[in-house]
Design a protein around this ligand. Structure first.
Ligand code: XLS
Ligand code: CA
Ligand code: CA
Length: 441
């Protein structure tokens, strides 16, 4: 059965194309800095937003028209798999990601849920044999069901902790079975509403214990995926324990987990935390902790997690700059944890949304690579910090000074020369690169 009638393979047609079902900038085979766009960008489709989501919001029911909606139960889950692989093929995307409950319905018991998962995983595995699309990461949903009302690994109930562990255990087995490159832990409800009823220390310790047991089990079954923590500051709880990369990194270090994890950084979570996307990427990168990316964007006027498809070229450029500087994403990728707007309810909108996301990151990649090749931003930074290359600055950086020498140096100063930060001209340069990267094509 065909689910996306009338849509053919999405091809690259170049920046002058007016075909809504063609890439204007994402040219998978085009080499940028020695590697193809496909190899660098490693795009992934998020199963939950594209095949499971009904586009409901807190004020209204779902609006999504999906050709598989005529089915129910396991038949619906199977139809989604068929539709998903047709979609991957037509979009030409190398990866996908899912939670356990996205692919298979929960049963009336854990055992039954696991059986449903087994049925669908066997089907996915079969489809993967004839598909170039691989699993970037999987995870489990330990936040939607009422049992997780007080969290999962940070729940006040030990039974819930055990249930959450059993679900992750199954998730790790599924990841191994399907050859997942990564395994993601997003906090879900790992946080709290109020301290008035919360034992914060016990909850944090339990989270640490949970992650250690997950590592042990992955090792036991020989599942060698990269483990990723996905920070988010709030939503659904008012205080999420993995607030941002900096707090997540401190948590990992405190519980001796830093060698087993990297971060999966979501753009919209960065902005919810009061950071820019590039801040989170940079913080992870300079600490050797940048693992993967959930590529989306928030709405500048809304203070919540809107999960929009990325279209802001400035943001994708600065993000790709960090990713290239990181030497790429390794086993990670750019997963579109993004949903079409409630008003974009047709199946065709799913293609158009992914096309704008893929094109936007392709532009970002090309512009960022050019900025780097021309040393356009680095030269400014190098000059700005040049006082640490010689004299007292150099001695300090090399660990050859103490407060006595620094005081001596300061006392002898007659004037301190400051330089301009040149922010406006840096922005002008970025605009110039953005507008000329595709000139002449
Ligand atoms: C929710 C998160 C979630 C994770 C995977 O805000 O982004 O979808 O990516 O559990
Ligand atoms: Ca995410
Ligand atoms: Ca989000």
């Amino acid at each position: 059965m065909t689910y996306f009638e009338g849509i053919n393979k999405i091809n690259y047609e170049g920046s002058s194309s007016t075909n809504p079902y063609a890439f204007k900038f994402y040219n998978p085979g085009e080499k940028i800095g020695g590697k193809t766009m496909e190899e660098i960008l490693r795009f992934g489709v998020a199963y939950w937003h594209t095949f499971t989501e009904d586009l409901s919001d807190p004020f209204g029911v779902g609006t999504a028209i999906r050709p598989w909606n005529k089915f129910t139960g396991l038949d619906l889950a199977k139809a989604r798999v068929e539709a998903a692989f047709e979609f991957f093929e037509k979009l030409g995307v190398p990866y996908f990601c899912f939670h356990d409950v996205d692919i298979a319905p929960e049963g009336s018991s854990l055992r039954e849920s696991n059986q449903n998962i087994d049925t669908i995983v066997a089907m996915i595995k079969d489809y993967m044999k004839n598909s170039k699309t691989k699993l970037l990461w999987n995870t489990v949903n330990n936040f939607t069901h009422p049992r997780f009302v007080h969290g999962a690994a940070s729940s006040s109930s030990a039974d819930v902790f055990a249930y959450a562990a059993a679900k992750v255990k199954k998730g790790l087995e599924v990841g191994k079975e399907l050859g997942a490159e990564n395994y993601v832990f997003w906090g879900g409800r790992e946080g709290y509403e109020t301290l008035l009823n919360t034992d914060m220390k016990l909850e944090l310790d339990n989270l640490g214990r949970f992650f250690h047991m997950a590592i042990d089990y992955a090792r036991e079954i020989g599942f060698d995926a990269q483990f990723l923590i996905e920070p988010k500051p709030k939503e659904p709880t008012s205080h999420q324990y993995d607030f941002d990369v900096a707090s997540g990194y401190a948590f990992l270090q405190h519980y001796d987990l830093q060698d087993h994890f990297k971060f999966n950084i979501e753009a919209n979570h960065a902005t919810l935390a009061g950071h820019t996307f590039e801040h989170e990427l940079r913080y992870a990168r300079v600490n050797g902790m940048l693992g993967s990316v959930d590529a989306n964007q928030g709405h500048p006027l809304l203070g919540w997690d809107t999960d929009e498809f990325p279209s802001d070229l400035y943001a994708t450029t600065l993000a790709m700059y960090e990713i290239i500087k990181n030497g790429g994403l390794g086993r990670g990728g750019l997963n579109f944890d993004a949903k079409v707007r409630r008003g974009s309810f047709t199946p065709e909108d799913l293609f158009r949304a992914h096309i704008v996301g893929m094109d936007s990151f392709a532009v970002g990649l090309k512009v960022a690579q050019k900025l780097m090749d021309d040393n356009a931003l680095d030269s400014i930074i190098e000059e700005r910090y040049s006082s640490y290359k010689e004299g007292i600055g150099r001695e300090m950086v090399e660990g050859k000074t103490d407060f006595h020498q620094l005081e001596e140096h300061a006392l002898a100063l007659t004037e301190i020369k400051q330089q301009s930060g040149k922010l406006e001209s840096i922005k002008a340069t970025i605009n110039q690169y953005l507008l000329t990267a595709y000139a002449g094509e």
